[in-house]
Design a protein around this ligand. Sequence first.
Ligand code: BYC
Length: 338
Amino acid sequence: MTAVTAATTGTTGAPGVSDTAVAAEQAAYEAVFDAAVAADERIEPRDWMPEAYRASLVRQIAQHAHSEIIGMQPEANWITRAPSLRRKAILMAKVQDEAGHGLYLYSAAETLGTSRDELLDKLHSGRQKYSSIFNYPTLTWADVGAIGWLVDGAAITNQVPLCRCSYGPYARAMVRVCKEESFHQRQGYEALLALSNGTEAQHAMAQDAVNRWWWPSLMMFGPPDDESTHTAQAMAWKIKRHTNDELRQRFVDIAVPQAEALGLTLPDPDLRWNEERGHYDFGPIDWTEFWAVLKGNGPCNDQRLSKRRQAHEDGAWVREAAAAYAEKHTGQHGEGQA
Ligand code: BYC
C-alpha cells in the first residue's frame, strides 16, 4: 500500500518538536491511513495505523486464535471413539488443522507487536475471550458431525468476508483457514448424512445433536447489532464487512435447505420463508444464555480453560527444548529460530 510506513515516520516525540507540529504530523498519517482504507488497500504491519485500530485487531485476532485452539478440545473428545479408522483419520486431520489455524492467527497478531506468550497468558487468566460455542459439550459421535456442519458452516459464513479485511496478515491467514474450513464443513455434513440415513437410533442421534447445536451456532455471530459494541467502528475500518445480524441471517438462509437435504429438522417453530424479505424468519435467540456463557457460566467453561492451562504447563519442556536448541545453533533465544 501507499500508506506511510513506521520506518519513514520521523518527528513524533523528537526533542524540540512542538505539539502543533506533532499533531499536524499525526493528522497527516491518519489521512494517509484513512485514504488507504477508503481505497480498499491493505494495511501492512510496518504501516502507520491508529492505536485503536491496532488494539481492536489484536482483540479480535487473539479471540479468534484462542477459539481455534480451544475448539480442538470438544472435537478431540471423540478421536478415540470415532466409529471407524477412516472417521478417526479424518477427525485427527481436522483437529490438527485447528491447531494450524491458531498458529496462523497468533502469527498475524504478533505482526501487530503483541507476543504469543502475552496472548496465551491473557487467555489462561481469563482476560481475553474465545468463542462461546466451545463451552458446550460433545455428548455423542453425532456432535462431531453437527460441529462440522453448523459450527464450521457458521465460521465460514463469518470468515469469508474477513478474507477482505483491511489488515493484510489477517486477511491472508483467512484465505487458507476458509479453504480448510470448507473441507471441515463438508466432512461434518457427510457424517451427519450417514447417520441420518442410518438406523432409527442413528437418525435420532443426529437429530438430537442438531437440536443442541443450532441455537449456540446462531450465537457465534455475536450479539444483535444494537448491542454490538465494536461493529460500527470495525466496519468503518473495514475489519468487518457485514454486521453480526447480516451474517446470522445469511447462515440461516444457507442452513435451512441443507437441513432439508439431510432429512433433519431445525429446532425452531418460527422458522419460515418470508417472501417479502427474501429470507427465512427465525425465532428469538436466548441472549441471556449467550451473556451467561461469556461470563464463564456455560456448561464447559471451567473444563475448557483448566485443560488449556494444563496443556500449556505440560508443553513447557517442549518450549524450553526449542529455546535451548535455538541457542545452541544460532546463539539466540526464542521459539522457531533454529
Ligand atoms: N463468543 O461488539 P461485538 C471457529 C464478544 S472459531 C465470545 O459484536 P465483534 C472454529 C466480543 O468479543 C470461531 N465472545 O464484537 C474453531 C465483545 O467482547 P469484548 C471464532 C463474543 O468483535 C475451531 C462483545 O461480545 N471466530 O469457528 O465486533 C473449530 C461484543 O460483541 C462472541 C472468530 O473469532 C462469541 N460468539 O464481533 C471449529 C471470527 N460474539 O471483546 C470452528 C472473528 C461476540 O469487547 N471474529 N463476543 O470483550 C469476529 O468476526 C468477531 O469478533 C465476532 C464478534 C463476530 C465474533
